[in-house]
Design a protein around this ligand. Structure first.
Ligand code: SAM
Ligand code: SF4
Length: 330
């Protein structure tokens, strides 16, 4: 049997996970992510076409990418996102396709996305209080998100909720968000706020503090061994909760030594680290007449070798990327 391709960087880390920001557009304006004063949109021509995105995925699957996550901006506002998901899922070598979404447009699309092969959906939800939700996101859409969550479960997808605890925005609401796991098979994950773009204007809450609060609310937790697909999350089983609670701690517990991911931005930059601009622009290459897959393969493999060793969000970073979270995809 032929050996499966494996892509490694110069530090020996296996890179098998690609996150794709399919658009810089979003139907929400989360205060820690999008500037309230408005954003400059990429022109239509600047954004990779669905065919270009699928081509990058095909080439990268042949290099060793096994898991793809579709994100944004908001991926569900991109036209024909269901078809793109199906096209990626069918590529030889791709074992899992997932999506990170704010969930506002999920309910009517959940069945179709499942049929297209979407295995998993991560829904971003920072509070269950309608007024606070509207204050954080700029839109009164909590009901739609909760319908989206139930629709994704009914459609048979694995569902996670991602919550970013923020001192100024949702600090009072975290136990309530965790309660989503009480009667549903949903993993609820708390992600430390990163000082990227507007995130730098707010104060995050550490995973340690979250765990203390949840222990006070639900009782002593059992720390779970990390399973396949858990990524950088550390999971816990709390008494009385059906789903697991996860914490992702890029600030208090860096996981760069285990990083297996690279990112493709909406305008076609393959980004090697969330913080730094290191990477390669694939758009021009993809648009060269008659460029071969082999040439794209070589360019990507060369770039991936240069992946930075670690981020330095905890201190003043040099050479930091000016892109905001909605441009990178989280
Ligand atoms: N619009 C989709 C959504 O909200 O799920 C996908 C894109 S959004 C950029 C992906 C994730 O990044 C969301 O869960 C969001 O909460 C998170 N995020 C945005 N800014 C962040 C920051 N500064 N630190 C940590 N997470 C952040
Ligand atoms: Fe949009 Fe997601 Fe950013 Fe909120 S976190 S503004 S939903 S891209």
């Amino acid at each position: 049997m032929p050996l499966e391709p494996v892509m490694k960087d110069d530090l020996g880390r296996v890179i098998d996970y690609l996150r794709i920001s399919v658009t810089d557009k979003c139907n929400l304006r989360c205060r820690y992510c999008m500037p309230q004063e408005g954003v400059r949109r990429l022109s239509h021509e600047a954004v990779l076409t669905l065919e270009e995105i699928a081509r990058v995925c095909r080439v990268m699957a042949s290099l060793g990418i096994r898991k793809v996550r579709v994100t944004g901006g908001e991926p569900l506002v991109r036209k024909n996102i269901v078809k793109l998901s199906a096209d990626i899922r069918e590529l030889p070598g791709i074992e899992e396709i997932a999506m990170t979404t704010n969930g506002v447009c999920l309910a009517p699309l959940a069945e179709e996305l499942r049929r297209a092969g979407l295995d998993r959906v991560n829904i971003s939800l920072d509070t269950l209080r309608p007024e606070r939700y509207a204050r954080i996101t700029g839109r009164d859409a909590l009901k739609e998100v909760l319908c989206g969550l139930e629709a994704a479960l009914s459609a048979g997808m694995a569902v996670r909720v991602n919550c970013v605890p923020c001192r100024e925005l949702n600090a009072k609401d975290l136990e309530e968000v965790a309660e989503l796991a009480e009667s549903r098979p949903v993993d609820v994950r708390f992600i430390e706020l990163m000082p990227i773009g507007c995130g730098a204007r707010f104060q995050g809450i550490s995973s340690g503090e979250i765990l203390e609060r949840l222990t006070a609310r639900f009782g002593e937790a059992q720390e779970l061994p990390s399973g396949r697909g858990d990524g950088p999350a550390q999971y816990y089983r709390f008494p009385g909760l059906l789903g697991r609670i996860g914490v992702i701690s890029p600030i208090s517990h860096k996981f760069c030594d285990r990083c297996n991911r690279v990112r493709l931005t909406a305008e076609g930059r393959l980004k090697l680290c969330l913080q730094y601009d290191h990477g390669v622009d694939l758009r021009e290459l993809l648009r060269e007449p008659e460029v071969s897959d082999e040439r794209i393969r070589q360019r990507i493999a060369e770039a991936v070798r240069q992946k930075p060793g670690e981020h330095h969000f905890e201190g003043p970073g040099e050479d930091a990327d000016g892109r905001k979270m909605y441009q990178i995809g989280g």
